[in-house]
Design a protein around this ligand. Structure first.
Ligand code: HEM
Length: 283
């Protein structure tokens, strides 16, 4: 419990036990400033220090010519999930943290409703990604690690061959997705039990479901995941609006990206364009 002390607030329960009640709210500022620092350092690095991207090998012109002008990237269902999740995530962040920094309003009802929307949409996403999408596309593979090693060596000025072009998701996206899984599922897993502490349409309120200590730790985990999501969401939005990433962002709205952008960054063997979309072009 010792390590939790500086980052949590404690109180005495009716039975005289000292229990954590939630995180210390200064962590909101710690995470917001950490997110901001990342954006500043990264944009300075890209502006003044980063070298132009370089990839190994050329794509055969015959293959390039066989591709449609727009490469399908996200299905309509995947895009709908993304935007529903984004809306619920922003609602959760604002309803949770605005009252803690002085903007007072009756936040709990909006918060549990947005929490329910996020929970249902994430359950849907897990099923959709497992059975309809390419489940393994978002997990790091051996090639990602080999290329990451080459990129680190080149970053440090050591001689190394250029990395291959990316699969559908570069390693950075995969690692980010992993961090979102950890924080998102922690917030959801704890949030679902916390619904028992407030009045909802789902079940009768039961604040005695767990001991005060267990509730306290649950609130702390919920809060830690919540502040972590402040920094993660800031970083995500920053990358989405960076000029060199706009093609990717637009594909989350319109579903597809320009062939030129695809050929420049992606390896057609690692992210295979479905035969059906090539047929569309021929038709
Ligand atoms: C993903 C982003 C989320 C963030 C940033 C977030 C953040 C927070 C924060 C800071 C609190 C205040 C806790 C405290 O006073 O110690 C809270 C409370 C709460 N959250 Fe979340 N949460 C998120 C997701 C969820 C989800 C998915 C659910 C439901 C499934 C949920 C349900 C609740 C409930 C019921 C409370 C109520 C607490 C009460 O007044 O006792 N939250 N949340």
């Amino acid at each position: 419990m010792g390590i939790l002390k500086p980052i949590t607030e404690w109180a005495t329960s009716p039975w005289g036990q000292n229990v954590p009640i939630h995180i210390a709210w200064f962590l909101i500022w710690v995470c917001a400033i950490a997110g901001l620092l990342f954006l500043i350092v990264h944009s300075i690095y890209i502006q003044y220090f980063a070298k132009a991207e370089e990839f190994a090998g050329d794509i055969p012109p015959t293959l390039a010519a066989s591709l449609p002008p727009r490469i399908p990237r996200h299905s309509l269902v995947a895009r709908l999930f993304h935007w529903i999740m984004a809306a619920s995530m922003f609602t959760l962040l604002f309803t949770a943290f605005l009252p803690k920094v002085g903007v007072r309003f009756d936040w709990v009802t909006y918060h549990w409703i947005a929490g329910t929307v996020l929970t249902v949409s994430v359950l849907f996403h897990i099923i959709h990604a497992s059975f309809w999408l390419d489940f393994w596309a978002i997990w790091p593979d051996r090639e990602d690690l080999q290329d990451a090693w080459k990129r680190v060596q080149r970053f440090m000025g050591k001689p190394a061959p250029p990395p291959r072009r990316f699969a559908k998701y570069p390693l950075e996206n995969k690692l980010y997705h992993g961090a979102i899984i950890a924080t998102g599922l922690s917030a959801i897993g704890t949030g679902v039990f916390m619904l028992f502490r407030v009045r909802t349409i789902f079940f009768t309120r039961n604040p005695y479901l767990f001991s005060d200590m267990t509730w306290g730790l649950m609130y702390v985990l919920h809060g830690l995941a919540g502040v972590g999501l402040i920094a993660l969401v800031m970083v995500h939005v920053y990358f989405a609006v960076r000029p060199e990433k706009l093609d990717i962002t637009k594909s989350m709205i319109f579903g597809s990206m320009r062939r030129e952008f695809y050929l420049k960054h992606y390896d057609p063997q690692r992210w295979v364009v479905k035969e059906s979309s090539r047929m569309d072009r021929k038709a």
